[in-house]
Structure formats: structure tokens, C-alpha cells
Design a protein around this ligand. Structure first.
Ligand SMILES: C[S@@+](CC[C@H](N)C(=O)[O-])C[C@H]1O[C@@H](n2cnc3c(N)ncnc32)[C@H](O)[C@@H]1O
Length: 313
């Protein structure tokens, strides 16, 4: 099978994300989710010889792609890392407080999703893995073998927004007692049998796979940890741009920007000047969603939302 590092990923909200970053030709940018380098390529194309871009991704296939596509570009550097450790990666290069823009394009890339060997896909059988970094943490199969039923219910309800979370959790626990659940097809079959109704155009296991993927990769914990680090890494006037793909992520981004833009309200009777304090961001516009043309060309873009904010002095 072809190395998934060579498979393409169509970047989502590309023009809008670039505009949101307010690119300067000589600026220093961080692409925190390299994927297959779609956004990176467009940023590098807009930068001049003095511009720089550091890219992160936790996936070894993304690293191979980065080496192959941009290894010869002296303006480009890659670090294989979770973005939950963004400060470490930026501090290693002495860049905390100096970046002109940080971009997050969250979730999995198309090559990750489409490669059955990665275990994200309910449509094609493969080992039940789902790790963005196959060298770290537990596979979905191991996670499912160990998780207790109450926690599984919580994950399916909160992170999958699965209506039938109780039935599905019960079916998974019963099935794993018969034999370990180690393939995507078996999990998809167990879920399909447990879910009594069908949503048009959606596989019945879509929500369950999303929930387990979020748990296995600690996706929401990573995002919550990374956002304040990204703000710290920015220079005054630097831009934060975040593309999310479901309401759980978007809610975290929206609340974070709102809180940072509002600052902390101090009680007026404190012996310091009252009023908002600790404001770090200015919100730039509202959420931007893809238009009909982009969605027709790339159905993955359907649920995307881009939020942009600017670092205050
Ligand atoms: C939607 S894709 C990005 C696609 C990219 N913008 C492009 O145009 O090719 C998301 C990427 O982020 C990576 N990723 C997701 N969560 C991560 C995390 N916490 N730390 C590092 N990389 C992460 C995934 O491995 C995946 O390659």
C-alpha cells in the first residue's frame, strides 16, 4: 500500500485562514497542525525570503510529508510534537512572544481518515487504532478493552453527542466479553446493530467513532492546553486562527477568545484601578464558514468554522 504521507489533503478555508493570519512577507508563523502541508504551502508562498514558518504535527506520516515537500526550503522547520506542548517547541527556538501568527486546523487529515491501516474509518476495515501518533498512548482497541461502562457512556454522550449512548455502551461491553474488539468493521457492526434509527446520509457509527477518536487522542484536552500557549507565543498584533470541525471544539475556541477578549473583571473596591484586566485578545469578526462552492468541491469542509483573534499589546 502507498505511504499515506504521499496522499493529498485538500486544505479547508484556505483563503479565509490566510486573510485571518494577516500575513506579512517577513513574518514568523506557526502551523500547529501540518497534516499534508496544504496551509503551510500557501503561507510559504506568501512569505518573502525573510519569512519563516515552523510546523508541528504529532503524526509520523506528516513528518515524512514535511521532509519530502519542504525539507529543501530554508524558511521552513518541522517538529514532531503534540500542540499541547507548543510552548516547549516555540521556546526551544527563542520565539515566545515573537510569532506573527499561529494556525490550528483541527481534527484528522483526509489521508489519516482514508487509510484503513490507521483505524479511523468505519467504512473500510482495518485495525482499531485511531491514534494520530501511533507511537504514543493506547490504541482505540486497547482503550475499548479497558474503559468501564459508565465512562464509555459519558464519552459517547458528551463527545459523540450519541442519542443512544446507553444502548451502544451496553452492546460494546457485551461484545468485548465474547471477544476483544480489534477491528473497525467489528466496532461499526456492533454500533449499527445497537442503534435503532438511521440518519440520512450518515453511517450509524459516525458519532461513536468521533467520540472514541476524541478520547484516544485527548483532542479537547490538547486544544484547551494549546490555546493559552498560542496566545503567549504571539507578538502584539499577532493573529490566532483556528479551524474547528465540530461544535465541541468550536465551543472551546469561542469561549476562550471571549474570555481573553473580556479580561478579568476586578471588584471596584479593590485598592487598584477597577475595570477589565488581563485582556490578551481582540476578536476579529465572527465565525467564518465555507461557502457552497467549497463544500461542493470538498464535503469534509461542511462543518468547518474559522475563528480569528489578535494578540493585544
Ligand atoms: C485537518 S489536518 C491538517 C491539515 C493541514 N492544514 C493541511 O492543509 O494539510 C489536522 C492535523 O493535525 C494533527 N493534529 C491533530 N491534533 C494534534 C495535536 N494535538 N498535536 C499535534 N498535531 C495534531 C493531525 O495529526 C493532522 O495531521
Amino acid at each position: 500500500m502507498a505511504d499515506s504521507a504521499a496522499l493529498p489533503h485538500q486544505p479547508v478555508l484556505l483563503t479565509e485562514a490566510l486573510a485571518g493570519l494577516n500575513l506579512r512577507p517577513g513574518g514568523y508563523y506557526l502551523d500547529a497542525t501540518f497534516g499534508r502541508g496544504g496551509h503551510t504551502a500557501a503561507i510559504l508562498a506568501a512569505l518573502g525570503p525573510e519569512g519563516r514558518l515552523l510546523a508541528l504535527d504529532r503524526d509520523p506520516a506528516a513528518e515524512r510529508c514535511a521532509d519530502a515537500r519542504f525539507g529543501a526550503d530554508a524558511r521552513f522547520a518541522f517538529a514532531r510534537s503534540t500542540f499541547g506542548r507548543l510552548t516547549d517547541r516555540v521556546a526551544e527556538r527563542g520565539l515566545v512572544g515573537w510569532l506573527d501568527g499561529v494556525l490550528f486546523d483541527l481534527g484528522v487529515s483526509s489521508p489519516q481518515f482514508d487509510d484503513p491501516a490507521r483505524g479511523f474509518s468505519f467504512g473500510r476495515d482495518g485495525p482499531l487504532d485511531m491514534r494520530m501518533d501511533p507511537d504514543a498512548g493506547s490504541s482505540a482497541a486497547k482503550w475499548l478493552a479497558r474503559v468501564d461502562e459508565a465512562e464509555l457512556e459519558r464519552v459517547l454522550a458528551e463527545w459523540g453527542e450519541e442519542r443512544f449512548y446507553r444502548r451502544v455502551a451496553r452492546a460494546i461491553v457485551a461484545a468485548r466479553q465474547r471477544a476483544p474488539i480489534t477491528t473497525t468493521a467489528r466496532l461499526a457492526d456492533i454500533v449499527a446493530a445497537a442503534v435503532p434509527t438511521r440518519e440520512p446520509g450518515q453511517h450509524p457509527a459516525t458519532r461513536v467513532f468521533q467520540a472514541i477518536r476524541i478520547a484516544v487522542n485527548d483532542e479537547l484536552g490538547e486544544l484547551s492546553a494549546a490555546l493559552p500557549q498560542a496566545v503567549q507565543a504571539l507578538a502584539p498584533g499577532g493573529r490566532l486562527a483556528v479551524i474547528s470541525f465540530h461544535s465541541l471544539e468550536d465551543r472551546i475556541v469561542k469561549r476562550f477568545v471571549r474570555d481573553q477578549a473580556r479580561g478579568r473583571e476586578l471588584p471596584l473596591d479593590l485598592p487598584v484601578p477597577g475595570g477589565p484586566e488581563g485582556m490578551t485578545l481582540r476578536r476579529i469578526g465572527r465565525a467564518i464558514r465555507p461557502g457552497a462552492v467549497e463544500i461542493a468541491a470538498n464535503p469534509r469542509a461542511r462543518s468547518a468554522a474559522l475563528r480569528v483573534a489578535e494578540r493585544l499589546p
